[in-house]
Ligand binder design. Sequence first.
Ligand code: GRF
Length: 191
Amino acid sequence: MEKLTGPKKIKTAVFISGRGSNLNNLIKFSKTLKSPIIIDLVVSNKKAKGLKYADQYQIKNKVLNYKNNKITEKKILLILEERKINFICLAGFMKILSIDFIKQFKGKIINIHPSYLPKYKGLNTSVRALNNNEKFSGCTVHYVSAKLDSGKIIMRKKVKIIKNESETSLDKKIIKEEHKLYPAAIMKIFN
Ligand code: GRF
């Protein structure tokens, strides 16, 4: 990955679909001196709650209706090209990117997932971990590849599951770790 010299930062887009706590966290991180990235664009497939953070920090945002995947991805690629985006962070983005899209940004799309991958790919990770009486769950930042939640792992962190743990309490512990892990993984990639 490109090494940074001087104040030049990697122009980054964050893709979201939901509440956007990771987006908020990444924006705050991007404003620190040490951050290798600058967040230039937020992309969403719906009017997500998290878009309020883009507004708050006056970051350009695009909401795309995903009626047709191919056409929508083409539109997104055009916007990314226009804004010279060089790196993409998925943060709760609920659409699966096509192989063609991923190829265009090979090795430049990362995702955060609320489990200790390769365990519990897909949705409802905490409920499944609890139902299986796991001793721990966690979170993972990984490169995005054609296979869901299966790209090369960049960093991951375990989170202990205690006796009588509820889904809510586990999710709370995991998201707290996500907010540390995502910036740490980005630092790892670019330094
Ligand atoms: C996070 O748990 C993330 O791991 C998953 O989706 C959730 C997004 O949360 N991919 P938020 O919208 O960033 O608060």
